[in-house]
Ligand binder design. Structure first.
Ligand SMILES: Cc1cc2nc3c(=O)[nH]c(=O)nc-3n(C[C@H](O)[C@H](O)[C@H](O)COP(=O)(O)OP(=O)(O)OC[C@H]3O[C@@H](n4cnc5c(N)ncnc54)[C@H](O)[C@@H]3O)c2cc1C
Length: 398
């Protein structure tokens, strides 16, 4: 059972923290609730930072809904510096000590730096915060040579956006294919084609080994001239607070299905939490918008109600690149892949199976299938390949 001790203090004013606090209030908790966030910015959504926000700079459009935080004590621009477990208090950067009965760590993650870029004379960017996006937006001028290091979701979204803004885009990726961590090889090839068609230069299975005045050198000797560099090589969790307090961590705070850490009264949610991924059974951090929102809210419901079920949503994400809306759920690859729809038409779904179990699905411009597949992934079926491939038939299978 989740211990229901008060006051409740949430550290981190991103999506997970806001979702937790909102769900707690919505579920009827009217006791003391404080949200501590080191950013002085009003809460905002991160996904648009690599997409629409770089083009329209509309800050209002990306603000998170905080209407349910009316009776929440929000401390902005204040950092939590230390957790005192025995005293159940939190030391803040402004010198305050906040008592807590329940402490919720929603501290997220930060962009990884790339040491190989240290010698470059060109400006180097990472993208995690609204300030990062403002700076990048200033620098992205038409005609400028943009080097993206990392062909993951954020790197490729930035490649598409920079190209749409008139930049000359080069992407360097250490893996042999793009989006290798999140989508099957068939989809990597499709996405790669789209970027090449837009004029991007792709260097796969390559690393930066040196910097020269005006660019970088790759491990095959290629010299890439550039005006600015963006490192999109992943994130590392902000779990130092928990580590320093002796809470069990392993690149993220380890939690159970109710968001509970190894320390009584301390929960962790969102990007900083390390949890069992229900489809693969692997323990991992799930760095997606939907997880931050849903796991945050689920932990609040479990705090309010001892009979609430553990969190077991299939993890899913989306990515927008040019006209492609890519959506993925479950495992990126299985033992067998089946195509639904016509890849050449630009609207299709790739289903992944292990035996008769649907373990993952990735869709391109196919929100209708994705809505159904999100619920089907993880289950076993006795449907034939013809039934799966019949584009009108998905609901009958369920
Ligand atoms: C550019 C970008 C694009 C993305 N696009 C997509 C997408 O298309 N689809 C998708 O599914 N996901 C996307 N994501 C991922 C998604 O946004 C994250 O998974 C989500 O924001 C995680 O929310 P969170 O609240 O756990 O962490 P965060 O959003 O990182 O929030 C954590 C907050 O805690 C604060 N904090 C940290 N330490 C302390 C401390 N000691 N004291 C006080 N405050 C602290 C941080 O400053 C931060 O404000 C994207 C992320 C980025 C950066």
């Amino acid at each position: 059972m989740t211990e229901q001790a008060t006051p409740v203090v949430v550290v981190g004013g991103g999506l997970a923290g806001i979702s937790f606090a909102s769900a707690l209030r919505q579920g009827g908790y009217s006791g003391p609730l404080t949200l501590v966030g080191e950013e002085s910015e009003a809460p905002y959504d991160r996904p648009p930072l690599s997409k629409a926000f770089l083009k329209d700079a509309d800050e209002q459009k990306i603000r998170l809904d905080v209407s349910r935080l009316a009776d929440v004590d929000v401390l902005r621009g204040v950092r939590a510096d230390a957790i005192e477990l025995a005293a159940r208090s939190l030391r803040l950067s402004d010198g305050q000590r906040l008592p807590w009965g329940t402490l919720v760590l929603a501290t997220g993650a930060r962009a990884r730096d790339l040491p190989a870029l240290q010698g470059t004379a060109r400006p180097v960017f990472t993208l995690r915060t609204m300030d990062d996006a403002r700076r990048l937006r200033e620098a992205l001028k038409p005609g400028c040579k943009v080097l993206l290091v990392g062909a993951g979701v954020i790197g490729l979204e930035l490649a598409a956006t920079a190209s749409e803004l008139g930049g000359e885009v080069t992407v360097v990726e250490a893996q042999p294919r793009v989006m290798a961590r999140s989508v099957p090889a068939t989809l990597s090839a499709y996405v790669q084609q789209r970027h090449l068609a837009a004029g991007a230069q792709l260097h796969l299975s390559r690393r930066i080994v040196a910097c020269f005045d005006g660019g970088v050198e790759l491990d095959d000797g290629t010299r890439v001239p550039t005006d600015l560099v963006v490192a999109g090589i992943g994130v590392q969790s902000n779990d130092e607070l928990a580590q320093a307090a002796g809470i069990r961590c392993n690149d993220g705070v380890e939690v159970d299905g109710f968001g509970r850490s190894s320390a009584p009264g301390v929960l962790a949610i969102g990007d900083v939490a390390r949890q069992v991924e229900p489809v693969s059974g692997q323990v991992m951090r799930i760095e997606t918008w939907s997880n931050a929102q849903m796991q945050g809210a689920a932990a609040a419901r479990a705090w309010l109600d001892a009979s609430a079920p553990p969190y077991a949503e299939n993890p899913w994400f989306w990515s927008d690149q040019y006209e492609l809306r890519i959506q993925g759920v479950g495992m990126p690859a299985g033992e067998r892949e089946l195509v639904r729809g016509d890849v050449a038409s630009g609207r299709f779904a790739l289903l992944q199976f292990n035996g008769d179990r649907l373990v993952g699905a990735a869709c391109v411009n196919n929100a209708r299938d994705f809505g159904a597949l999100r619920r089907l992934v993880g289950r076993r079926f006795d449907a034939t390949d013809a039934q799966w491939a019949d584009t009108a038939d998905l609901r009958k299978i369920a």
